[in-house]
Write a protein that binds this ligand. Structure first.
Ligand code: NAD
Ligand code: IPM
Ligand code: MN
Length: 369
């Protein structure tokens, strides 16, 4: 049985709490000989800053590079609000994404039937929801240059962020979206703001061209990003795959999370280019949520987004599709039994803790493997 090398970066806030639940599951699978995981741990974000004065060390970058998959929980928090900009916790995450060229961020938003009442929307709007946001992750305004604050010398400053997209960046993320749509309900909604942004004009042009050349069988529609935000809360089940840029994808995925009940439910996979020889993609798995400083250290965090991200690693990095299906079924099983962390509690009589939720998912998984 091959060894799957997992590099775990718990990060800050609730990060260590939710990664502990994934490690429980990975260790169980290894112990039982169901799959083999070799776990190494590193520091990222505020934790790395406190230890080394950087957002991620060169040594941990090298270890991340050597792993088969990276699992990162969350970075940041008020403790590091005043640290220099280039070593702020978020810089560690952005470096991992950029240096490993992890341009495709898949953010599925699935509303488990048992949770339809936990959403802030009416049950009938979200029941059965299954959409996928394909967020471009290594370009756009996050990384475009210039990015600076200039002192204008008259008591005024000027802050500049630059949105940059090249054809190839739009084309490769578009291709991922169309390919995934073919395995789902065969529909892609592309979103930008071509009415005000040149990058939106090019985005739309490239997507239309790619669709015509390679994916004429897939249904393609376009929605301006502001209108798409509105449609997400008006009639979310109209969507199958949404493809959009780095910033719009960030915002729209937080919106989509509430359709599923909580930000604590949304996993994600950040994938790099396919290796021509092995077909393997470098990948980082990260929940959509942050370090949740307001609930950190209290056992209140929902570990499902993190466990679901591990499930995506099983699927996309380790080829353990059946096991990924079973893990997802275990999550659904726990929710069907009415077990809830505080964020998805709804009308349930009581909430369980982070580790109780992890244990319950592990117990459901044990019954399935
Ligand atoms: P957040 O996602 O950390 O929290 C937003 C709200 O959602 C909070 O009320 C929090 O308690 C709740 N929440 C988030 N995850 C939860 C979970 N698993 N279970 C239960 N409730 C959960 O966003 P924020 O408060 O705006 O940001 C806090 C810090 O996290 C910032 O420094 C930000 O930069 C960082 N951040 C990091 C990542 C990442 O590392 N991937 C993602 C988003 C934000
Ligand atoms: C996310 C986060 C990150 C982002 C931050 C922490 C850099 O919000 O992964 O959604 O903006 O991409
Ligand atoms: Mn975000």
């Amino acid at each position: 049985m091959s060894v799957n090398k997992l590099f775990v970066l718990p990060g800050d806030g609730i990060g260590p709490e939710v990664t502990a639940e994934v490690e429980k599951i990975a260790n169980f699978l290894t112990k039982e000989g169901i799959a083999r995981f070799e776990i190494e741990r590193g520091l990222v974000g505020g934790a790395a800053y406190d230890a080394h004065g950087v957002a991620i060390s060169e040594d941990d970058m090298a270890r991340a590079g050597a792993a088969d998959a990276i699992l990162l929980a969350a970075v940041g928090g008020p403790k590091w609000d005043k640290v220099p900009y280039d070593v702020r916790p978020e810089a560690g995450l952005l470096r991992l994404r950029k240096d490993f060229n992890l341009y495709a961020n898949l953010r599925p938003a699935i509303c488990y039937p048992a949770l339809a009442d936990a959403s802030s929307l009416k049950r009938e709007l979200v029941d059965g929801l299954d959409l996928l946001i394909v967020r471009e992750l290594t370009g756009g305004v996050y990384f475009g240059e210039p990015k600076q604050i200039i002192d204008l010398g008259n008591g005024q400053k000027r802050a500049i962020d630059t949105q940059v997209y090249d054809t190839y960046e739009i084309e490769r993320i578009g291709r991922i979206a169309f390919e995934l749509a073919r395995k789902r309900r065969n529909k892609v909604t592309s979103s930008e703001k071509h009415n005000v942004m040149k990058s939106g004009v090019l985005w739309r042009e490239v997507i239309i061209d790619l669709h015509k050349r390679e994916f004429p069988d897939v249904e393609l529609e376009h929605q301006l990003a502001d209108a798409l935000g509105m449609q997400l809360v008006r009639r979310p089940k109209q969507f199958d795959v949404i493809v959009t840029d780095n910033l719009f994808g960030d915002m729209l995925s937080d919106v989509a999370s509430m359709l599923t009940g909580s930000l604590g439910m949304l996993p994600s996979a950040s994938l790099g280019a396919e290796d021509a020889k092995t077909g393997h993609r470098k990948a980082l798995y990260e929940p959509v949520h942050g370090s949740a400083p307001d609930i950190a250290g209290k056992g209140l965090a929902n570990p499902i987004a993190m466990i679901g991200s591990f499930g995506m690693a099983l699927r996309y990095s380790f080829g353990l599709t059946e096991l990924a299906d079973k893990l997802e079924a275990a999550i659904a099983g726990v929710l069907d039994k009415g077990l809830r962390t505080a964020d998805i509690k709804g009308n349930a009589p009581k909430a369980i803790s982070t580790s109780e939720m992890g244990d319950a998912i592990l117990a459901e998984l044990k019954a399935r493997v």
